[in-house]
Design a protein around this ligand. Structure first.
Ligand SMILES: [Zn+2]
Length: 492
């Protein structure tokens, strides 16, 4: 499977207490109460990452924890005040830590990058380190700040939100367990794409072989990020990390693998074929698909048809709006997807598929009938979008914009029914619950005939034929019509 958005949920359940708290409140709380500062430095020649976790008040008991297996990379630990530190599994425990004292520890970061393909780290072509924070940041559950002190010539991309424009201090939310996520150190070219209301994507290209290649990759992703902004002109997340890593691959896709992780805020990793041309990258849908996952909360396996459906719908809609592809082409791609969904898992409803353990569908790709889930979900969002325009005079993006303002958590799972109920409430309609019930309980892929008729859309021999009926044209324009490019937004 080329993409996935499901993080390992065991690491997220601990963070569910954050779900109902707005992002702005969290930010304020983190700043006001930050009581541990993690000072991070690197000894590149030793392959070591060093952390001093320093208290700014007295602690009777200070526990720092890391992800499973992290103790295999822990080289040593001590206290600046000479007190005792004990390790138990993937936890460090210190008692009676006075204000100003630090727990110091050293991590074999270079070795963690050689665990390629596992949960700890990845090694890149030019020797940059990509290491899971769960390996190198043994931290307390409470909020804190992380301060970077890198050697000359080394730069970083971290999954946390920078505290200020200097981008050397990052905000650690309460809850701990900042994984799955990735931190990159080394030849890292991070550039910011700004959206409205202070939102941003921190796009980091790791180990680009040349300045020209870095410029090309950044140009491509700025275009994709701006396409995301055609929904409601700001990003659904305050500050998200996007990591771009080049790989050698025989895949026919220019982006053989992309994923969204939600361990330390929402982040996207894109693995780009080293020899992929800019033209191939601009034609590919993986990046806009992953960025579209910013619009919804983590919905778990039972909500996967909603999350993958939204990303599959928007990967076409947003590219058409940005003028990256034509409207007709976007309809053709949607129609082709619906065709694949229609031929997958016939006789079984999305609700059944979502309830069933994955192994029951083990003959399907990834253990699940992926095409039915992705395109069955996309059909739901298309019909919801049409219904909103007809019944409420608003678009799906208006409802998602309102959702992002009031309710969208960056961590923690949201129950799919609660998500749908909230979208109903925000749209002052029953569009979402009504259509979700229809789409999730039908044993076959829905006939979209009446929606196609409303849109004035036919597809003949894989080519979209669009009617010139005024109502149909107006509706199609509201969904797919090219938006004025958000020129106010760009690289900062
Ligand atoms: Zn996806």
């Amino acid at each position: 499977m080329r993409t996935r958005s499901d993080p390992r949920i065991t690491h997220l359940v601990r963070r569910t207490s954050l779900v109902l708290v707005g992002g702005a409140c969290l930010f304020a709380a983190a700043s006001a109460n930050a009581s541990i500062e993690y000072r991070v430095s690197i000894d590149k020649s030793a392959g070591e990452l060093r952390v001093a976790a320093c208290a700014d008040r007295d602690y009777a008991r200070l526990e720092l924890r890391a992800q499973d297996g992290a103790n295999g990379y822990l080289l040593g630990f001590s206290r600046s005040d000479g007190g005792a530190v004990a390790r138990s599994g993937d936890r460090l425990l210190a008692r009676a830590v006075p204000d100003g004292a630090c727990v110091n520890y050293r991590i074999a970061a270079a070795r963690a990058t050689r665990s390629n393909g596992r949960d700890e780290g990845m090694q890149t072509a030019d020797g940059s380190w990509i290491v899971s924070p769960g390996v190198w940041l043994w931290r307390a559950d409470e909020a804190g700040v992380l301060r970077l002190d890198l050697p000359a010539g080394m730069r970083a991309s971290l999954p946390w939100r920078p505290r200020d424009a200097s981008r050397t201090t990052y905000v650690l939310e309460a809850g701990g367990g900042d994984w799955p996520a990735w931190a990159a150190f080394g030849n890292v070219d991070e550039r910011i794409v700004a959206g409205g209301d202070g939102t941003e994507l921190r796009i980091a290209v790791v180990d680009a072989p040349s300045r020209q290649r870095a410029d090309d990759l950044h140009g491509w992703l700025r275009e994709v990020a701006n396409a995301t902004l055609t929904a409601y002109r700001r990003f659904p997340v305050r500050s998200a990390q996007v990591l771009v890593i080049e790989i050698g691959s025989n895949s026919s896709s220019p982006v053989p693998w992309g994923q969204t992780t939600r361990g330390a805020g929402v982040a996207v990793e894109l693995f780009v074929r080293r020899d992929a041309s800019l033209k191939e990258l601009r034609a590919d849908w993986t990046a806009i698909h992953e960025f579209s996952h910013f619009f919804h909360p983590y919905l778990g396996n039972s909500g996967r048809w909603l999350s993958e459906g939204l990303a599959s719908y928007y990967q076409n809609v947003l590219r058409a709006r940005a003028g990256i592809v034509s409207e007709a082409y976007a309809w053709e791609r949607l129609d082709a997807g619906f065709g694949r969904g229609r031929n997958s898992a016939t006789g079984v409803s999305l609700a059944d598929i979502s309830r069933a353990p994955r192994r029951r569908h083990s003959r399907q790709s990834g253990g699940w009938p992926v095409m039915r889930i992705y395109w069955g979900g996309a059909a739901f969002w298309l019909e919801a979008d049409i219904a909103l325009h007809r019944e409420r005079g608003i678009g799906l993006e208006d409802v998602l914009a309102a959702y992002s303002q009031c309710c969208l958590p960056e961590a923690g799972r949201v129950d799919p029914d609660a998500f749908i109920a909230r979208l109903d409430a925000l749209s002052q309609s029953t569009v979402f619950s009504r259509l979700a019930r229809q789409h999730s309980t039908a044993a076959h892929f829905p006939s979209l005939q009446s929606s196609y008729a409303t849109l004035g859309l036919r597809v003949e021999s894989d080519r979209a034929v669009l009617s010139s009926d005024a109502d149909a044209v107006a509706l199609r324009n509201k969904i797919m019509g090219e938006r004025i490019a958000p020129t106010a937004f760009g690289a900062r």
